[in-house]
Design a binder for this molecule. Structure first.
Ligand code: SF4
Ligand code: SF4
Length: 430
């Protein structure tokens, strides 16, 4: 009968492992819906960016208070999860606190350190809940923050608090059981959870064992469930921030890119040097109408978005009341790619431009790059907006009338104004 908990543990690992890996495969496939782009250049610079921005949280510190609180949650997540290694070994082998006899006093030190981190995580989560729901910080309540994104953010904070509560309950009951000769391994005193001991002292040994086991299972099942849940949530940034910052755009901030096929056509037209007469094949589409026209890195960006709204809070178009929100652009790309991924077809008569993002939104963008600058994980909503706009200009000729006038002026006068190039300096003659 002693084997039953081990069997249940293996079954839990297999079930959660199945759903987690299924989801990882799905996300990988969804990212591959985008077109290929080569970003294998400058690996040292890319690695440095990843270390500084994803691992070191460099851009978070533009806002010190949330940065410090976020750091507690992040370090807590990384460090406390080391304890999960012991949980897994114990669960598989049917042991209890397998590392304690080997590590002795160092084990006590580590567990005390984990508990202080756990307390910091609980406090940080409570402050974040307060900021979101009581202070109602505007960027968490904008138009695109409908019921699911708001619930998702709150759920994760509540789950984190419950996971930490399970650790404290487990450690407190464990310490009492060590004094009752119930066969529990001696661990030394855990300062914080020891403060909870008076709450449990009246309980019988059987009740304490039950409490300790329930907390142990709740913590490990919570962690496994959390791993699956984040793949559906904005909290996927925990993992995606790393590849996302590694493969970030290394061009100068705000730099727009030419289309080589068009540049070549113009060179041929002007008889300029360097034109390839045997033209490179024209792309299937100029610009982007749907997610399949975007780069894979644009889609990866969407999966790395934390929905923090820092981009939207800095966006001059949004601040001046326009419909554009760079955060919504990222959320729309993720929703659309998920829709295509789950139906296994993009031939559903829908498209990113039109069904998710309106022209009013993309035409409101000033291309200022403030959203990219503000993003803590180097996401680039501007690149997506530019590709959608390129589609409206080059495939539909549906840019705003002022822009179309400017395009014709550039074509005929080589300047955005309606004056002929030869007249442009007349003003200086007077
Ligand atoms: S680049 Fe466009 S979307 Fe980004 S902040 Fe500027 S106006 Fe807003
Ligand atoms: S794009 Fe960046 S700044 Fe904007 S909501 Fe997503 S993570 Fe936050």
């Amino acid at each position: 009968m002693k084997i039953i908990p081990q069997l249940l543990f293996v079954i839990a690992i297999v079930i959660f492992g199945y759903f987690f890996s299924k989801r990882v495969i799905r996300i990988r496939k969804n990212i591959q819906i985008g077109r290929k782009e080569d970003r294998s250049d400058q690996p040292a610079k890319r690695f440095r960016n990843m270390l500084l921005i994803a691992f070191g949280q460099k851009k978070m510190f533009k806002k010190p208070l949330p940065a410090v609180l976020h750091l507690f949650i992040y370090v807590g997540f990384l460090v406390i999860n080391l304890e999960v290694l012991e949980f897994i070994i114990d669960g598989l082998l049917g042991t209890h606190r397998i590392f304690a006899p080997y590590l002795g006093g160092f084990y006590t030190f580590c567990l005390n350190f984990f508990e202080f981190l756990a307390l910091a995580v609980v406090i940080s989560c409570l402050v974040f809940l307060f900021r979101r729901n009581i202070l109602k910080i505007p960027r968490f309540w904008q138009r695109e923050m409908t019921s699911w994104p708001r619930l998702d953010a709150n759920l994760i904070l509540i789950i984190e608090i419950l996971l930490m509560a399970a650790i404290f309950t487990m450690n407190a009951t464990d310490q009492i059981l060590q004094t009752r000769g119930a066969g529990y391994t001696a661990t030394g005193r855990f300062f914080l959870s020891a403060q909870l001991i008076p709450l449990f002292e009246g309980a019988s040994t059987a009740q304490l064992i039950l409490g300790e086991r329930v907390a142990w299972w709740a913590h490990i099942i919570g962690i496994l469930g959390f791993a699956v849940y984040v793949t559906y949530s904005k909290h996927l940034h925990i993992f995606m921030a790393f590849p996302n910052t590694y493969y970030g755009n290394l061009n100068a901030p705000g730099q727009m890119w030419n289309m080589p096929e068009i540049t070549n056509e113009v060179k041929i037209m002007l008889g300029a040097a360097g034109a390839e007469q045997n033209q490179v094949e024209a792309p299937a589409r100029f610009g982007a109408k749907d997610v399949a026209d975007l780069s894979r890195f644009n889609i990866m960006n969407a999966y790395a978005c934390t929905e923090c709204g820092r981009c939207t809070a800095e966006c001059p178009a949004n601040i001046t009341g326009k419909k554009l929100s760079p955060r919504k652009i990222m959320m729309d790309v993720r929703d659309r790619v998920e829709e295509i991924g789950s139906s296994n077809s993009d031939e559903d008569g829908k498209s990113l431009l039109g069904d998710y993002i309106t022209k009013e939104e993309i035409f409101a963008c000033t291309s200022c790059n403030a959203c990219v600058e503000a993003c803590p994980v180097n996401i680039d909503p501007l690149s997506i907006i530019l590709q959608l706009r390129r589609y409206t200009a080059m495939e539909e000729s549906s840019s705003p009338a002022d822009w179309n006038n400017m395009f014709s002026n550039i074509e005929t006068n080589f300047a955005p104004w309606k004056f002929a190039a030869s007249d442009r300096f007349n003003w200086s003659k007077e």
